[in-house]
Design a protein around this ligand. Structure first.
Ligand code: BGC
Length: 579
């Protein structure tokens, strides 16, 4: 912020005035983020001056949105009853809609939005996510992930938009705008660009690994989305689990303080990732420039004591603490939290409403990438005799991927979602058959639509291998058989692939008559039938280049922009349509 507006100036004055009154313990409290259960006692919210609460996996705050709000009202009242009455932030991993709440609108994961590459759509999706997050009591979301994945073995490829820096940068801007409103305008929630920096570029696609990359490459390839996020006024940036050339990012003072806060002029909060204090060097994390720490799962006392002792012993400069607290208070004033500390009950009826689901369904339609369409098998006729095959076709958990209701996702249906099969049944003018396990003996059909894919996973669990990896970027044998079964009967077969990344499906592409990459569509599975029946054309283009064989992964980087000695099966940007 070079030119400060009047509002900015007023906020800075308020921040200074409040900061001047704060004790060291009150400041450390602001720099502490804990869960609403387990990490602390209720009393400690007051006595330890907790500045923010995170909700992620684990017990929910209640059975419905009213109870979630009530829980956060109760906790907020405790914060307000402290000497200075500084309200708390409530943060959530809302990475494709308010995905911790069954019944919210769940959008395709970012990889699907990267395929759609529609700025207006991303902005709308982010605005809906923000609204539904606020409706469940939150004012801080840990999204968007603006990683540039280099390697499909990384289990978080789908959280990122694309392997293209340019597309990611544009979509980041739109996402921040959607979440927070226009820069300089009043906002009611802050977004988070994550994970700073190099998360998707670790040497073997391993979460939290080491990213070996020159500074020039980091600046050219990975930094632009962060610059865009800062320019759009993003309220926070999350530090990453990975190291950069051997230095843990949480302790990387040069990148956090000199580059992000210095060169990029970021005035928001740098938040740590999970348990970062004990993982990445204690006081080094604070000295590197991290402002708020997720002091969870047993870290809480050690963190608060460590920072207190660090300041008293002169290891952490007082100015560093003041910088952190200034940033936190600034964002709290900016979203009007002092005037409106409680969630807005009038938003509750808006969770998962049809107008929101319409936007999510549009995102599903636009995210689909048509990779093959032999003899124009698609679009399907609405009166065709169709069998839908595979359990992924009728399971909204499986179609949504990780970070859906649970951290690692679900294998069963969840509230409010529509499955792919239900979508076909809505649109068809005749009976749609369903062969869940591939053992029904349907012969008398025109087309089989076989839905296969990856079982949901999130960070860590979704990584494939490491240095000694046995590659598994293929679909399971069971799913290969499912496709083969209908192909071998001579029945025209459409394959719909549900996956968080491109998989090696070279053989299946040859077998199938048509092939659609559907990524992780989320709650509106009926968007798929709308395109396969031709109500809409395909619009999606590959946001990643598509590998030909598992050997393509033997290098440090996957077959994307990075290693141009490997020729992909389909290049970045590929995608057919009906015209
Ligand atoms: C993830 C973050 C997430 C945080 C809080 C971490 O393990 O890396 O993306 O925001 O957990 O749930």
């Amino acid at each position: 912020m070079d030119k400060k507006t009047n509002t900015d100036q007023i906020i800075e004055q308020k921040v200074d005035a409040l900061l001047a009154q704060m004790t060291l313990d009150e400041k450390i409290g602001q720099m502490t983020q804990v869960r609403h259960f387990d990490d602390i006692t209720i009393d400690e919210i007051k006595t330890k001056f907790i500045g923010s609460i995170i909700h992620t996996q684990g017990p929910t705050p209640g059975k419905d949105a009213a109870e979630w709000q009530a829980k956060f009202v109760e906790l907020q009242k405790l914060a307000l009853s402290t000497r200075l009455g500084i309200p708390m932030f409530f943060g959530v991993d809302a990475v494709h809609g308010q995905n911790t709440y069954a019944g919210a609108t769940i959008f395709p994961h970012n990889i699907g939005l990267g395929a759609a590459a529609n700025l207006e759509l991303v902005e709308k999706a982010a605005a809906i996510t923000a609204l539904e997050s606020r409706a469940t009591g939150f004012n801080w979301v840990f999204s968007p992930c603006v990683a540039i994945p280099y390697n499909e073995k990384w289990g978080r490829v789908y959280e990122a938009f694309s392997e293209s820096t340019d597309i990611t940068t544009e979509l980041t801007k739109a996402s921040v705008r959607g979440h927070q409103g226009l820069s300089g305008q009043p906002v009611s929630l802050i977004a988070t660009a994550k994970h700073f920096i190099g998360d998707g570029a670790t040497d073997f696609g391993v979460e939290g690994g080491n990213t070996t990359l020159s500074q020039e490459e980091v600046f050219k390839r990975l930094l632009p989305p962060y610059r865009a996020a800062v320019e759009a006024g993003v309220g926070s940036v999350m530090a990453s689990f990975n190291s950069l050339n051997g230095v843990p990012m949480h302790a990387h003072r040069m990148m956090i303080t000199d580059v992000l806060k210095g060169s990029l002029k970021f005035e928001g909060i740098v938040v740590s990732d999970w348990k970062a204090y004990s993982r990445f060097g204690g006081t080094d994390v604070i000295n590197a420039g991290v402002d708020v720490v997720m002091a969870v799962e047993g870290d809480f006392n050690m963190y608060q004591e460590g920072v207190r002792n660090g300041v008293l012993n002169g290891i952490i400069p007082q100015e560093r603490i003041d910088d952190a607290v200034r940033r936190i208070l600034r964002q709290k004033f900016r979203i009007g939290l002092f005037d409106n500390p409680f969630p807005d009950a009038s938003l509750i009826p808006k969770i998962g409403i049809p107008a929101h689901r319409d936007v999510a369904r549009q995102a599903v339609r636009e995210s689909l990438v048509l990779l093959k369409n032999e003899n124009n098998l698609l679009p399907l006729k609405k009166n065709a005799r169709i069998v839908i095959v595979g359990e992924f076709a009728d399971n909204s958990g499986l179609q949504s991927g990780g970070w859906t209701v649970n951290w690692q996702g679900l294998k069963e249906n969840y509230a409010g979602a529509t499955t792919i099969l239900e979508g076909f049944r809505k649109k068809s003018t005749t009976e749609i058959l369903y062969d869940k396990d591939g053992d029904a003996s349907y012969e008398d059909v025109d087309v089989a639509v076989v839905v296969v894919g990856e079982t949901p996973y999130a960070e860590f669990m979704g990584d494939i291998g490491g240095e000694m990896n046995i590659y598994q970027l293929t679909i399971t044998e069971e799913h290969q058989k499912l496709i083969g079964k209908y192909v071998s009967k001579g029945i025209k077969t459409v394959v719909v692939l549900i996956s968080g990344r491109p998989l090696v499906v070279t053989e299946q592409l040859e077998q199938a008559n048509a092939f659609v990459a559907a990524w992780l569509p989320g709650s509106e599975g009926d968007g798929i039938a709308e395109v396969l029946f031709g109500d809409y054309d395909f619009k999606g283009k590959l946001p990643h280049s598509w590998p030909k064989s598992v050997e393509d992964y033997s290098g440090k980087y996957g077959p994307n922009f990075w290693d141009n000695t490997i020729e992909p099966l389909f290049p970045f940007g590929y995608g057919l349509n009906y015209k």
